[in-house]
Design a protein around this ligand. Structure first.
Ligand SMILES: [Zn+2]
Length: 270
């Protein structure tokens, strides 16, 4: 594992592993990237995003855990009340591009403009300056993380390169940025969109991953979407994972910014 050779404990005292719950609020823009305009069967499914978001916020509130919401800038501007509610509930707001266009199809300057515009919009709506970024569709390129670094962000969640956080330093003259590994197996699209499985099957996969990572001391970073995992039955997969992690008693369920800050402090880089 990258940066895992240190004798320093990986996690705060009392915790054997970490679980980061992230929810990507794509609105209609994610599906709009690759569906044709007449595919209303699929495009209209995203109209459930805010309904699902309210259900997920309720689950997080009931279970008392904090999560990270990667918000598309345009969606935040269209529906600012849900951003404000997430902040009031103690959740982190992070960047997920302006309108979910893929960064690996943009020039460097277009990416910079897009990320900065999203950052400023989310800061204005949320009342807090975001410090993290997840690239839409994980379609980044070699410029993406340098731009995040230039904008002063502390974490990104794009590359599944390790079971632990690790540092990226695309620019040597700037502070490092923490990469928190996502995974296609921790993405609800894999279970409930690309194929229709049951919430029980998704939970079983996630529980087994968490069990192994708990044995090894790793980090699990879940990626869910409100119009997918916010559905009535599918939401049970998220709720059961949270309940399971809480019952284990030694899994640190934390926002991405808190995990990144811990990793930086642990390495003495702050
Ligand atoms: Zn997305």
């Amino acid at each position: 594992m990258n940066n895992a050779g240190s004798e320093l404990p990986s996690w705060p005292a009392g915790y054997r592993a970490a679980l980061c719950l992230t929810f990507d609020v794509d609105g209609s823009y994610g599906e709009g990237n690759y569906r044709k305009p007449d595919e209303t069967y699929w495009l209209s499914q995203t109209a459930y995003d805010s309904t699902g978001l309210r259900r997920l916020l309720g689950i997080l509130s009931d279970t008392g855990v904090a999560a990270t919401f990667c918000w598309v800038g345009r969606v935040a501007e269209d529906e600012p009340d849900l951003v404000k509610r997430a902040v009031a509930d103690g959740h982190e707001i992070a960047l997920h591009s302006w309108d979910h266009r893929y960064y690996n199809q943009m020039s460097d300057s277009e990416q910079h403009f897009d990320m900065e515009r999203t950052l400023e919009t989310l800061e204005r709506v949320a009342g807090e300056r975001p410090v993290g970024h997840k690239t839409a569709g994980w379609r980044f390129n070699e410029a993406t993380h340098a731009i995040a670094q230039e904008l002063g962000l502390t974490w990104v969640m794009d590359v599944p390169g390790s079971d632990l956080p690790y540092f990226l330093r695309p620019r040597d003259d700037l502070d490092p940025i923490v990469q928190l590994s996502p995974s296609w197996t921790w993405d609800d699209y894999n279970f409930f969109v690309d194929r229709t499985l049951t919430s029980d099957q998704a939970f079983t996969c996630w529980r087994d991953d968490l069990d192994v990572l708990r044995d090894e001391g790793g980090l699990m970073s879940l990626t869910c979407h409100p119009f997918v995992s916010g559905r009535p039955g599918f939401s049970r997969a998220v709720e059961r994972l949270i309940d399971y992690a809480i019952d284990l008693g030694d899994v640190w369920i934390a926002r991405a910014d808190h995990i990144a800050r811990w990793w930086l402090e642990r390495a003495g880089t702050t």
